[in-house]
Design a protein around this ligand. Structure first.
Ligand code: CA
Length: 230
């Protein structure tokens, strides 16, 4: 899975820079458009995974841009507004933003909102898929009973170990970075040590693998992250 691409539409360069910095640090790819027209040019070529949109913009304002974009795409949008009263306007117009923040806002708060919207959408999209029993060669993962069978015997996993295995096994061969695993398994909680992922991978290997020091299923992709090999 590649990094999610976010388009930040913001005409204040310093604010755009700060937001971009925080988003990049959170593992997103960021592109900046400094007015509505430029945003349209970018969006016409390619729709990103997420749009953060300032309401008051030169050329084409945020409301018109949102309406224009909604005719073309369901891409999640977080609206940035400068004043409290603008929220009523947004709510009244029901113009299709998924969330909004009011200036001045903390960039970290914005990152949390982005993650929350992505999680919500991810849950909606994978609802049915995530309940399927996964059966591979020697490993069976049942998300409904949360039971894992390895070579015919059931193994005991902690809740997070199960969630991580289930995520990886649901997307065989797909590489997940540590940040993505933190995000998807731990919900992107800021206080989780990234080393937690390494520890959980090690414990999972001890429970799953015939030889944990030479794993066949839970593989490290050096410099990137981890993947499940069926
Ligand atoms: Ca503005």
């Amino acid at each position: 899975m590649s990094e999610k691409r976010i388009l930040v539409v913001e005409d204040e360069p310093s604010l755009a820079e700060v937001v971009s910095l925080y988003l990049k640090r959170a593992g997103f790819q960021v592109q900046i458009a400094s007015d509505g027209k430029q945003a349209m040019n970018i969006l016409e070529k390619q729709i990103p995974d997420f749009v953060i949109l300032d309401l008051m913009l030169p050329e084409v304002d945020g409301l018109s841009l949102t309406r224009w974009l909604r005719d073309r795409s369901d891409v999640p949008i977080i609206m940035v507004t400068a004043r409290r009263e603008e929220i009523d306007r947004i709510a009244g117009l029901e113009m299709g933003a998924d969330d909004y923040v009011v200036k001045p806002f903390s960039p970290q708060e914005l990152v949390s909102r982005v993650r929350a919207v992505l999680r919500r959408i991810g849950r909606e999209q994978t609802g049915a898929e995530s309940e399927r029993v996964l059966s591979y060669d020697s490993i069976t993962v049942n998300p409904l009973t949360r039971a894992v069978m390895v070579r015919e015997s059931q193994i005991d996993l902690t809740a997070k170990e199960f969630d991580m295995l289930h995520l990886l096994a649901r997307h065989p061969k797909q590489v997940f970075t540590r940040d993505q695993l933190l995000e998807r398994v731990w919900g992107g909680a800021e206080y989780i040590d990234p080393g937690t992922v390494t520890v959980h991978v090690r414990r999972l290997r001890e429970k799953l693998e015939t030889d944990p020091s030479s794993p066949k299923h839970l593989l490290t992709v050096w410099g990137v992250g981890y993947k499940f090999e069926p």
